[in-house]
Write a protein that binds this ligand. Structure first.
Ligand SMILES: [Zn+2]
Length: 507
């Protein structure tokens, strides 16, 4: 783990179930978390980004049984697919936790269990309830939709047994206060209102274990009672503690905790905004500072589902269009907080119009011109009022990009970045440096000085979204994405290489 002289920023994705391979919605969450992580690094934070796979779910055991596989083999196989995805999508994660591997994560459950137990919040109770295996969640009759799970449209099963319970009800008032006062900031605020309303209707204790039998022998045993398996959410939520080093390096953990931001889908808000902070309060740990909630992705206007056969494999899309174009598309076309739609047609249009036609075109024209007509050299220029007006517009937009990124409005920030590229393109076109160079060389040099600076600024601003392309872009002007502050000022001297095509047309 890195040193701690810088402000720390601990961010994590949720960990997906591995009963099926990844779909495009997983890629969305990975890229969102990565954009925020990379932006924070540009701001100078000591960022720690965690991800992994949730492998102790009953769903995994049932899927494996259906496939005639050992559960550990299914987990290993599908977890590797998720790992391939986070690598292929170029997510800059610091740790990847697999929850079924005995080791730090299993030790974590003992620490968390003991801490909650010591607070008197774990007790045994006989009960009966309606359980959705898909959600790994008990539903009250009133929460069902025509008797079906609202998330899975399946009938929950009636379950009866003696389990351990967690005293969630005890934390209701403290939780409501923490969320209302934004000690746990829920983003966007519409989700905050939903959570508070849900809590006001009353919180019930929830079961944190099940019989070995009902768990099909799969999962982490309850500390001190091997006849029971930990409820999968109890261990899955604890992954955030595991990743920060609670069981491996307590000093590093104490410096990294609390987690600064969870990035999760709208279907698991209740677990992260209610169960999880309550477990942390009970265990004597600080609660998360913020929870960013994204929506779901439909495909060509329809809900993704195996039965319709329209599940989009993000690896296919990456192979076809490349990592950065896919990252760009997901961040720009899918609103950060709302549901969005994936469409192959739109993806192609976005690549061809915005990346190739706008950003790539501007960078390519500018740098090619400088390298061929100005010997690859740009020098400091005295700018007139008109030039300063354009520079002012650009720095104004950089400020807006920053404000939008601070508010986690990732798609809006990207629109502002595209506006900068638009301004650059228009300026290059209107100034016509290919004519100017013959008529007024001094003026041509000034135009290229400004255009080269816009390229540089675009390189820094697009880095969180398209890290490889941004690094290539900045490489052509002998720079690296070092700090966000650099995007707020002009650089006086450039050496420019002849660039290669930044983005290729999508066919
Ligand atoms: Zn369900």
């Amino acid at each position: 783990m890195p040193g701690v002289s810088l402000p720390k920023f601990y961010i994590a994705t949720s960990i997906p179930y591995v009963n099926a391979p990844p779909h495009i919605g997983h890629a969305l969450e990975f890229v969102q978390a990565d954009v925020i992580a990379r932006y924070r690094r540009l701001k100078g934070d000591n960022v720690f980004l965690a991800t992994g796979t949730d492998e102790n779910s009953l769903k995994n055991a049932l899927s494996a049984e259906k496939l005639g596989m050992k559960t550990e083999d299914l987990c290993q196989r599908n977890s590797a697919l998720f790992r391939d995805l986070v690598d292929s999508i170029n997510m800059s994660y610091d740790t990847f936790v697999r929850t079924s591997l005995k080791g730090d994560h299993w030790k974590m459950t003992q620490i968390l269990w003991d801490a909650c137990n010591a607070s008197g919040d774990i007790y045994k109770k006989k009960y009966s309830g309606l359980y959705c295996v898909g959600c790994e969640l008990f539903y009250a009759e009133g929460e069902l939709d025509g008797g079906l799970c609202p998330e899975h449209r399946t009938k929950p099963e009636r379950v009866e047994e003696e389990n351990y319970f967690f005293r969630l009800s005890k934390y209701q008032d403290r939780l409501i206060a923490a969320i209302e006062k934004d000690e746990i900031r829920i983003i966007p605020s519409s989700r905050k209102a939903e959570v508070v309303n849900f809590m006001r209707s009353g919180l019930e204790d929830f079961s944190v274990s099940r019989s070995v039998n009902r768990a099909h022998g799969w999962g982490i045993p309850v500390p001190g009672d091997p006849s029971q398996i930990l409820y999968v959410w109890f261990d899955a939520l604890g992954y955030y503690l595991t990743a920060a080093g609670i069981a491996s390096d307590r000093k590093a953990f104490n410096e990294m905790w609390p987690i600064d931001m969870h990035v999760i889908g709208k279907g698991i808000v209740r677990f992260h905004a209610i169960y999880w902070p309550a477990m942390l309060m009970s265990g004597g740990f600080e609660v998360p500072r913020s929870i960013l909630v994204h929506g779901y992705i439909t495909v060509e206007g329809e809900k993704m589902s195996k039965s319709i056969g329209n599940v989009v494999d993000p690896m296919d899309v990456i192979r076809k269009y490349g990592t950065d174009p896919v990252r760009y598309y997901l961040m720009k076309e899918i609103s950060t907080f709302q549901d969005g739609d994936f469409s192959d047609r739109t993806l192609k249009d976005v690549i061809n119009n915005e990346l190739v036609g706008n950003l790539g075109n501007f960078v390519n024209r500018t740098l090619t011109f400088i390298s061929s007509k100005l010997g690859g050299k740009v020098e400091k220029q005295k700018l007139g009022d008109e030039d300063m007006e354009l520079v002012g517009q650009i720095t104004g937009l950089v400020g807006e990009v920053e404000r939008m990124l601070e508010a986690e409005q990732l798609n809006v920030a990207l629109l502002k970045i595209l506006e900068i590229s638009n301004l650059g393109n228009r300026y290059f076109q209107n100034s016509a440096p290919w004519k100017l160079i013959k008529e007024d060389e001094a003026k041509a040099k000034k135009v290229l000085f400004i255009c080269a600076n816009i390229c540089r600024i675009l390189g820094i601003l697009t880095y969180p979204y398209m890290p490889s392309s941004a690094e290539r872009l900045l490489g052509y002007i002998h720079e690296t994405p070092s700090s966000f502050e650099e995007a707020k000022k002009l650089s006086n001297e450039f050496k420019v290489e002849k660039p290669e095509i930044l983005f290729s047309r999508a066919e």
